[in-house]
Design a protein around this ligand. Structure first.
Ligand code: SF4
Ligand code: SF4
Length: 181
């Protein structure tokens, strides 16, 4: 009897309340705030350090510094969030919402803007010039220190005195003539 009453109560309640299921995908899903959905990148903040690559367990990130690209294979990503926690520029974040389903396994590539690439090239050239100047200065300093440590070596060498001429040999005395008997 109590089971029947229970059932009737649930039935009446469900008649007057909304269904708990959603008409997805017509009705967009609402994800809880901390859902581990997918990784997003603010590519222009990326410095191509590669820390995300090294921290990714399934190795699904590729960074190409020269080309200014950051690529992720979303099919291999396990949404662990390690890359986002290691990124020194905080340009990676894990956000709610899942990747769009696809028939083919393709990677997503993000490319830096030309302005950012140009700025990076300029900074790299500046850095290389500074490094070369510092190296040159260090070499000059080292050479000066070496010269100061050995003054004799640096002074001009006096020419050696000419060797004394050998004295002419004295003529040998003539042998005495034999006495006649
Ligand atoms: S969330 Fe995890 S698996 Fe996905 S890209 Fe980042 S480190 Fe790799
Ligand atoms: S860790 Fe961050 S800054 Fe470094 S390559 Fe990855 S996304 Fe770029």
């Amino acid at each position: 009897m109590s089971a029947f009453l229970n059932f009737t109560g649930t039935l009446l309640k469900n008649l007057v309340t909304k269904p708990v299921t959603k008409n997805y995908p017509e009705e967009p899903a609402v994800y809880p705030e901390r859902t581990r959905g997918h990784i997003e990148i603010d590519i222009d903040q990326c410095i191509s350090c590669g820390l995300c690559v090294r921290s990714c367990p399934p190795r699904c990130i590729v960074v190409d510094k020269g080309a200014g690209t950051w690529t992720i294979n979303r099919f291999d990503c396990i949404a662990c969030g390690y890359c986002a926690s290691k990124c020194p520029k905080k340009c990676l974040k894990i956000v709610p919402g899942y990747q769009t389903p696809a028939r083919k396994k393709e990677a997503d590539t993000y490319r830096k803007s030309p302005e950012v690439m140009e700025e990076e090239r300029r900074k790299a050239a500046e850095m290389a010039a500074k490094k070369a100047a510092a190296l040159k200065a260090a070499q000059a300093k080292k050479a000066a220190a070496a010269a100061a440590a050995t003054p004799a070596a640096a002074a001009p060498v006096a020419p050696a005195a000419p060797a004394a001429k050998p004295a002419p040999a004295e003529p040998a005395p003539a042998a005495p003539a034999a006495e006649k008997e």
